[in-house]
Ligand binder design. Sequence first.
Ligand SMILES: [Zn+2]
Length: 555
Amino acid sequence: MRQFSPYVLLVLLLSCSQEEICLDADLVLTNSKIYTADIENNIAESVAIKDNFIIFVGSDEEAKSYKCNAKVMNLSNAFIYPGFIDSHVHLKATGYRELSLNLQGSKSLKEMLTSVQIHANGLEAGEWVIGRGWIEKKWPEGRFPTIGELDQISTDKPIVLERADGHAVIVNSYALTLADINKETKDPFGGKINRDKEGNPNGVLVDKASLLVENLIPKKTYKQEKQALEAGLEVNARMGWTQVHDAGSPLKDFEILKTIEAEDKLPIRVHLYVENTKDAQTFLDIGPFLDNQYWLTSRGIKLVADGAIGSRGAVFFRKYEDYDTEGLLILKKEDTMPTLITALKKGLQIETHAIGDLGNKIVLDWYEEAFQAIENQDRLINIPRWRIEHSQNIRPEDQIRFRDLEVIASMQPSHAIGDLHFAHKRLGYERLSNAYPWRNLLDLGVVIAGGSDAPVEIGDPRIEFKAAISRKDLDGFHDVGWHLEQAVTREEALKMFTIWGSYAVFEEDIKGSIEVGKLADFTIFSKDIMVIPEEEIMTAEVVNTIVGGKVVYSK
Ligand SMILES: [Zn+2]
């Protein structure tokens, strides 16, 4: 337990009384139970911080000499964990969720339509009615809204309601008219216009087909975008996250975040993956953006290979059980390989969204081909730590390839506990043995970086932690055939959201665990989530979020 820091030898020795030695520190967190998540999973009582860094971890007794000149926080009723890291977030969209029509909590289709109606009533004719976050599987009606129901709300305001997974929208007839989508319109590449029996569009636009309408929505102003990013940062700090990995955004967002940082309004650390537009090419030319303070960094590009299971866009070897489709591959190999090769040469990271078993296999194939094309000596980084986002359905032979290619599985436990209600209908029970194979991957030695995918999910670390250790939904429900044996231990869940998240962005030497010399990032809960019964985890409150030794959220 006792640790002597090299810093200790350098700090000023101040004498505050004749007998006592005073060691210099800015902040001491004391009288707590501290889960360090270090290699031995040590537990401590006190931690001392100086200039953003941890300079002492140990017992309350040993911490005494750091207290004389420091601010002291007595945390006798709280439990300290390394700063939680959300490895997959859409920061600006999370902010828009906070600022606009949020349909995430709707308990029924009827309730959702009512809130859309109220919102629409407050707008002028021609103004866009935009909502996000609906999810039919949580409703008693259990079905998508219909175009007729949206037409009843308005025929002179275009309505676009995005499903929580971001892979489908439902629009009204006026929006279809504005976008010139009719019976003759062909499906765009990577998208599907759903139709009724007569072949008329029924208002549901899947994956890239939604852009036919969404591209018509008036562009947000700079001010609105900045407000959304600020709201996203604020809600993440409140939830207890100390760093988020933004899963695919324009370079412009990075610039806005820089402005926010310059205004001293950046509460948490952000690592941004650049979206695969022409910005990705710019980034390949000029990236990465590193920061020796680790506040705002960017070293990778986000690609999207397929869709989601809910909207049946995730691509599988075999057809869905409940629809005549295998899903859609969105990426073209000839467009993708040059990006992979250049990224590898320049030491840039790639993260690719892949959900279906075929989607995962294809991405692994392309990664492998790129690795082979560039001999080790020509790569800037030996282990490029490329990631697959979601990695939800992986055949056993491909699970092994995650290990062999040293690919990081970036996974969101909350997706698993949402999917468990309907995945068997889409995929059949047999394929569920390859769904969210956390235990298998960890046993193989694959690194799993945990995330929430907010605003697709709520973005609450307690939900993610609980889902990872239980594989049951928040009511304790799990379906038959839902492979509870793939759950992880609490120690592993903690690492998924701390040190392994740091590994996923090359930062495990500087953060992710509570050790001397590391950045002073902590998430402090009111209950000991490492021991309390599963059903109590959601009652643990975030007491403080501390980033770089600064309290950025207090209950
Ligand atoms: Zn996402």
